[in-house]
Design a protein around this ligand. Sequence first.
Ligand code: KIV
Ligand code: ZN
Length: 504
Amino acid sequence: MRKILIFDTTLRDGEQAPGNSMHASEKLEMSAQLERLGVDVLEAGFAAASPGDFASVKEIAEARKNLIVCSLSRCKKEDIDASYEALKSALVAPRIHLFLATSPVHMQYKLKMNEDQVLERIAESVRYTKKLVSDVQFSCEDAMRSERSFLIKAIQTAIDNGATTINVPDTVGYSYPEEIEDTFRFILSNVKNADKVIFATHCHNDLGLAVANSLAAIKAGACQLECTVNGIGERAGNASLEEVCMALKTRREYYDADTGIDTRQIYTTSQLLSSITGVKIPPTKPLVGKNAFAHESGIHQHGVLANKATYEIIDPSSLGIVQNNIVLGKHSGKHAFKDYLTGMGVDVADDELNMLFEKFKNIADKKKQITHKDIEYLISHTNTTQVKKSVTLNNYGITTLKGGPALATITLNTMDGIKAGNATGDGPIDAAFKAINAITGRDFKLIDWSVSAITEGEDALGAATLRLNYNGVEVTGRGISTDTVEASLLAYLNGCNKLFDMVP
Ligand code: KIV
Ligand code: ZN
């Protein structure tokens, strides 16, 4: 059975899509979870894109011990140098990922280069990169709309000059499975030394075919699969990691291939990303959506009760989905709490454990029973990676009258002591957020805000998630509490602290 390498680009292709930007500490947290998930290569960013991207690639490369960290680069010396500088202190030998477009439309209108110039640029860029690192990936951007004969020349040039992985992306999600399969077979039988390099597939989802196309490429001989958690990415996204990996695992006998992914980490990884970005997972999303294993109709319920195999092709526990409910209560000690986290595959350092346990105790004081869902949200809405807390909530009072404005009085703990502010607004949340802006002196703009109950019942925990923008930088804020107003205030302050850090 072939082992398919998983190249995760959640933090690069995924993060560059609107609404998915992350704070450096969140990228680091996500990279640790991707390591637990077992990805082989992690594309941590595009080091030359900004000082923030550079710092984040470097931080991840210096933290991850069990995977290859990679940085994207255009075929430009300054990009390659930036990637190298960010990666040179990596714990595991790093990869530089070069790309250059090879389709007629990209070469003519975007690059303004002819075929010879493109080949020359590929040759010199791969040669230059190869002097810096031994692991060089080259991608023919828009490969699936490139002339086949030119595609072969571009790939051959990259291999002849030292590339070790060749990626053949469907950049605009235009292809269909039979075409991709045929293209890979054509490449593998027409490129010299094809057996000396790894061929990769990277499919976008513009026609909803990214997963099917990726699987077709594997069938034809691709050994590296490029994908993102929850399928996030440019436009309609990339192939979803959980879907391709579970398709391979579930239909292993057909594909005769599998990955090294620890599928029990899939659900936690998906939830973590969703809570970091604030982008909700659609209920019908395969494997990780709320309804993926829900059986509503009587006939289905009857079948599942008689034998799960009637309507379930995958055991949800193989994705790390825990379906039992009440798990802990206010008398549970730190050991029981830690054991429970370990059982969920969550590995926390002592200081993080203390922080989570304190929050757990606060919630347990207010709620009779703590469910698995509560613990999941507790973890995902608690910033275990440290964002400096420039402001924290001290107290609040809000009054609201039907038909009139709401009035909020907020006090915050700041670097300069406790500060208070008042504001009126269209409703309690608007007034409270305005009061925080008045105290901080910053005009933070609320882009999106939602509160949801984590579990059912009167004492349910409320989870607030919002997006905040300041001077063009956008972050997610998260907060949980049994009181939805407090959850919203905590989420707002979580976002403010990230922005204080990113836009000093
Ligand atoms: O979609 C694409 O072609 C890319 C390349 C940079 C590999 O993301
Ligand atoms: Zn892409």
